[in-house]
Design a protein around this ligand. Structure first.
Ligand SMILES: [Zn+2]
Length: 167
């Protein structure tokens, strides 16, 4: 399953497993956990921040930290601004520890949906259902996913992990 909602130009590159279009790695290391990060558009940042913080992010270039245990979500590449999970209007699935742990921000699927489906029927149809919607061009990952990338990568990873932990 290599489909994403990302622009097809990246598909022509020599990129292996385009599970998400987040193969793009930023040079910047998270200013908190020092892990690798991904560039994120300021539009995405502004769509996630709580309203009282909007003015703080009107300038600058931001990166997204996807490290599970790190509270920092966005940090400014050439500055000291950073925003943590508490500064966002929505929970960040990769960093959430309690339900709901969002996976697909476009269509509202969270981990519990996949978990329940697997415990009821032994398998999950959710990644396929999301893939179908993406194929129809109906997703809105760039505006809804806090990483600004296609949700499907994280959905597939979670499905794999939840399937494995069941056995
Ligand atoms: Zn971090």
């Amino acid at each position: 399953m290599t489909m994403t909602c990302c622009p097809t130009e990246s598909a022509t590159d020599q990129r292996e497993t385009s599970e998400t279009c987040a193969n793009e790695i930023s040079d910047q290391l998270c200013t908190n956990c020092e892990s690798q990060s991904r560039p994120v558009s300021r539009k995405t940042v502004l769509l996630m921040l709580k309203p009282h913080l909007l003015e703080e992010a009107m300038t600058g270039t931001y990166s997204f930290c996807s490290t599970r245990g790190c509270p920092v979500v966005y940090f400014e590449e050439q500055g000291s601004h950073r925003f943590t999970t508490d500064d966002l209007r929505i929970p960040v699935g990769m960093k959430a520890k309690i339900d709901p742990i969002p996976l697909c921000y476009c269509f509202g699927f969270d981990e519990s949906h996949i978990r329940d489906e697997i415990s009821c029927s032994g398998a999950t149809t959710i990644p396929d259902r999301i893939s179908m919607l993406i194929r129809e061009g109906l997703c809105a990952c760039e505006s809804r996913n806090p990483a600004g990338v296609c949700c499907l990568g994280e959905v597939n990873r979670a499905a794999k992990r939840l399937n494995a932990s069941r056995r």
